[in-house]
Design a protein around this ligand. Structure first.
Ligand SMILES: Nc1nc2c(ncn2[C@@H]2O[C@H](COP(=O)(O)OP(=O)(O)OP(=O)(O)O)[C@@H](O)[C@H]2O)c(=O)[nH]1
Ligand SMILES: [Mg+2]
Ligand SMILES: [Zn+2]
Length: 362
């Protein structure tokens, strides 16, 4: 695998549940003729079917730097064979990771998918695409280290898909935008071009956008169940788990459930990439700490007044920046708490050491 020079016996997580993972060996993911393609739900099946590996009690696996990590779809693992079955020896360091913030007072993040090359940000053309959501998912994707690509679905349901795609492209800088219609196959070739052997793609987007329909179309068979659309146009949450689907050509696709509000984990770099137009303007403001709220020499306000920057775009940038800053603060609080606990333990151990082993207290 191009992924893993020097780690020939690694297996890949195709599905992660609470206490166990389903894995496939690299050769089951590589291109070969009439491969029995792995499907989950058949633990320990014949060759080509995923194997079930039970995790330690805590559900974690040994990662780099002795850190224990929750394994996720797309992870590569090294196994040990034991009399009780396979056990995870180590997690191979992740090349990229799509991470989201999960709700909670102190920040907790969740890796949605690992070792991804391309993040397909899937958004429907009918109902109208939500540009703010596209910007949010693009930021998440840039942060992952993978290349984002936007896929606009249901092009068959609108009169001017190309015009709509151009509007989305205006907010998706440095990103390819494809409008597709699965019933007619229109636009799918552009997405198929991304499926080189060894590539890992993940689809993210709202429920009902057509992620699983797209996965099936690219796989050429019904791998994932797809859902209807409710009368109000909103999704039904048909897909309920993340799953890695090997394609015959040697690429793999990861399908994910529609995420309601995906908590942003972003850094300045990811935001500046998504909003490169705003960041460029902001760099030209007279004052380095300009808030773009009426300061003299504000290039952002000037662009707004000249109609060169959409107010929606600026609002969206501000909202995501605030959210990312808030998330980072919560992460800091959590880190500080962890650090405090660690020192408490170290000082406690130290005192115990000073007292000497086995020496009675008091
Ligand atoms: N007309 C049309 N319908 C589509 C297209 N793509 C998906 N659909 C329909 O949209 C509905 C939702 O599709 P799914 O693939 O289940 O959506 P999803 O994004 O996987 O949704 P979740 O699993 O809930 O996150 C289904 O009824 C699909 O048939 C398309 O290109 N054109
Ligand atoms: Mg789905
Ligand atoms: Zn300014």
């Amino acid at each position: 695998m191009p992924d893993l020079p020097g780690v020939p016996d690694a297996v890949r997580v195709v599905r992660a549940d609470r206490g166990a993972v389903l894995v496939l060996p690299a050769h089951a993911l590589a291109p070969h003729d009439d491969a029995p393609v792995g499907r989950s739900g058949a633990p320990d099946g014949p060759d080509g079917h995923p194997r079930r590996v039970v995790l330690d009690r805590d559900g974690l696996v040994p990662g780099p730097d002795d850190e224990r990590t929750v394994p996720t779809v797309g992870d590569w693992l090294l196994l040990d064979e034991t009399p009780d079955g396979p056990r995870v020896r180590a997690l191979v360091p992740r090349r990229t990771a799509l991470v989201r913030d999960t709700a909670g007072k102190t920040s907790q993040t969740q890796a949605l998918a690992a070792n991804v090359d391309v993040v397909l940000v899937v958004e429907h053309l009918d109902p109208d695409p939500d540009l703010g959501r596209v910007e949010r998912l693009l930021t998440l994707a840039w942060r992952s280290g993978a290349q984002p690509v936007v896929v606009l679905t249901k092009a068959d349901l609108v009169p001017d898909p190309e015009g709509m795609a151009a509007e989305v492209a205006d907010v998706a800088l440095a990103v390819d935008v494809h409008a597709v219609a699965v019933p007619t196959g229109a636009g799918l070739d552009g997405v198929r071009a991304l499926l080189a052997p060894g590539m890992t793609l993940v689809v993210v987007g709202p429920s009902g956008a057509g992620k699983s329909t797209l996965v099936n179309a690219l796989a050429g068979r019904e791998v994932m169940a797809t859902g209807g659309r409710r009368a109000d146009g909103r999704g039904r949450h048909t897909t309920t788990h993340r799953e890695l689907v090997p394609l015959a050509g040697g690429a793999v696709l990861i399908d994910t459930p529609g995420i309601r509000g995906v908590g942003l984990v972003a850094d300045a770099e990811a935001l500046d990439t998504t909003f490169a137009d705003v960041a460029d303007l902001a760099a030209r403001c007279r004052f380095g700490d300009c808030h773009h709220t009426g300061e003299p020499g504000c290039a952002v306000q000037e662009a707004l007044e000249a109609g060169e920057l959409a107010p929606r775009r600026l609002d969206s940038w501000r909202r995501l920046e605030r959210e990312a800053a808030y998330q980072a603060r919560r992460a800091d609080v959590r880190l500080a708490a962890l650090e405090r606990d660690r020192w408490k333990k170290i000082t406690k151990d130290m005192h115990r050491g000073l007292r000497g082993p086995g020496r009675p207290r008091g």
